[in-house]
Design a protein. Sequence first.
Lengths: 592, 304
Amino acid sequence: MSAKTEKPKALATKAAAEEVDWKELLTFPEKIGWRDHVVGFSIAAIYAAILIVTARTLGFARDEGFYFSAGSSYARWVEMLFHETSRALERSTVDGVWGQNHEHPSLMKLLFGLSHLWLHEKWGLFQDASTAFRFPGMAMSGMALWVTYLFGARVFSRRAGFIAAVLLGAMPQLFYNAHLACFDAPIMAMWLFAVYIYFRSVKEGGLWWAIAFGVAYGLTLDTKHNAWILPAVFIPHAFFVQRKAIAKNLVLGRVIVPTNLVTMAILGPLVTFALWPWLWSDTAARVQEWFNFHLHHTYYNMEFLGKNYYDAPSPRAYMPVLIVASVSGITLVLFFIGAFDRLRAMFFRFVTIVEKDGDTATTLPSEGNKSPIVEDKTEADILLFLALCAPLAVFLIPTTPIFGGTKHWLPAYPFLAMLAGHGFDMVADKADSAISRYTKAIPRRELIHGALIACVLIAPIAETAHSHPFGLSAYVPTIGGTAGGADLGLNRQFWGYTTQSTDPWFEKNGRPGARVFILDTTGEAWSRMQEEGRMRKDLRAVGSPSEADFSLVQHELHMNEVDYQIWEAYGHTDPAYVLAHDGVPIISIYKR
Amino acid sequence: MKWLKSWAFAAVPLIGIVELGAHIAQVRGVTPDSDWAAAKAAVSSEAKPADLVAFAPRWVDPIGREKFGGDLATLEREAPGDVTRFPRAFEVSIRGAHEEDLSRWKKTNEQKFGAVTVTTLENPDYRPTLDDLVADLNPEQAMASRADASGESACNWVVANAQTGNLGFGPAIPARRFECGGTHVGVSVVADMDYYPHRCIYAPPPGGNSVLRIKFANVLFGDVLHGNHGLYVEAERSRTGSPISITFSVGDKKIGKATHQDGDSWKGFEFSTGDMKGQRGDLIAEIASANGNRRMYCFEAITR
């Protein structure tokens, strides 16, 4: 009898223990750990899944065609490396393969190509070849949200990290770029990743973190040339953090350099060199060529405030105006709250030190009179602001080209989002203290927090969802939306990616075998759209309106000249169809 | 005041909600087809061939042309030399926009068709056009030649396919044109430095000692010869090209000379012809430039 009664008792105890385990499992300790990676990974996976699901409705940007092609060649070379190693390593083979599109480093193109080779051709995971090519960029964008959450959680709070990650993902122009087999979203992700690993190397110390940072910087350098700017973040910060040790050693006549800067300087270029076979021969000359290409890059046409810019000097207002026009108003409000708070904290800390000691050079270090927490916060604040400002500062230099729009300062956005997350924390804390006068009930406070989160996230999410697939044309309500952007004379698109959106019209109205002038869309992008059934397969792309039955004009200010050619060649000005987004013309189709 | 400070945080979620509301309003604020159709019906019932029909803001022009069709949105209306030659204008606008060129015109009527407003405006300085050189550029009324130190050679009138290209091609080389040994004379549409269109006689000067000469027969003169000239935007925006001169004469009498420097964009000129008012005569336009490299020049002129 007793045995009978003992058995259920044991089971009950076991069940209770399991229940306790689950509770523990779902309880986040103070220290950031694996649970946070689960949260970060979940955010990343959801974002990447949304990108994958919406990828088919987004046409191909002209540069994607070049990267599809180069990526495929690189991936074939990797296969050759395993099967015909010596042939693959011959200089003629290496130069032949890696010479393609060598103005940009290899990492992302290699990933595009390998993803296509394995996830499409071999395993058939993605039905569309293009989605396989684009997947690494999407994964990188997801990773950016993951790291944003972690970074925000470590520096501010988990809530701030979560808000930051969602606000980052809900930026319409980032959402557009995150779909592409290009480098702009990946360099944002890698920039953030490198800064995060650097941050950990500072916090954790030790050689392994320093090595990890050096490798991370090398991967960033192999992603896009924006990485050239990153030392402007790390060097001043590392010297600030190590200033006490540096000063002490200087007094002793020794010069020391922070370990993570050493690994950055040594491992960074080595990793890039190792992963970019084009640099394996004539290294110095080719590095020089890489620099020259970007330092003397051709200017493109770009409309800003109704004027077409095509040459230096760039207007200094370009970057700030476009940020206000393309990032949700509530995100910027939260950013200003958070940034103001951190700047104020840094300012008061600096003033206190100066007033107390009179000499910042000797007293700025944590001399024991400041708590390590305050010291940590100052270091983190400085790092965040440096990483935010470095990509933006470049666009205040008049000689920096205007081309490319917002995509070139995407690396600033995770840090903008993190400070917005901190801004949200401050608002939520204020809400707590205001509400605590009326109720101490936790569920009610949780409800209010939930409502607050909904209030700040719903507009950015709605704007981003609505912007697709015209992300570059879409502007935020702050300036009147897409039509407001057109009123202001802001660029509506580039790279001819909107051509795919004309397919429904051609399905109904294009006669079989019709010739189509595709203007800004490359032949490669057009062919792939046809291969994947995104455009009617019988339509033939031609190189001029005169040869065509139908002519497309993707509306940008400087494309107007093609409208006028068509008017003269076709003898009329009226398009057969104008594809519009929120009433703003995106593409005109003229019929001969 | 303390209460206000405690609850100031509420402004943030409120901003979020207001932004969402603004987004919804902006997305739903698209002008419906029915408004365009009603505006079109009103304009087509009132507009005469000589009237201007213009869409504002400029960015909505493609939709205006699509909705109004080629009969109302004609080449002459869409790409005028300037607006001074129109006695009346129908400004079709959305979002409260107005065409700057018509800002001094007298408003005589305004009709609203939902989101579309049709404003009728009268030109306060209107003087009727007597002759239009762009309309006269055909083998019956004009001839072109290329002259240099070795003599003058006539240009052949051809009717072929229009030549067009991708970005950077410049104005279309029209199907109906004079072929002048390396250059041509024909009516096309040029994009000025603001990318505005102007219908004009596309006549790139050969450069050096060569002159492009166009003779317009039997032109009816008035008080003035009024016109505009310019280059294709990409040919003049770098401001490195040679100036281009256009000289008008009747017989041995020089009427006037206008010079276009890179950066001038679409630039007007006007010469007095009062002493020939009411008379007809052959008007000669001579176009010259020291260097013909990318001198994608276009001009238009009327007498009035």
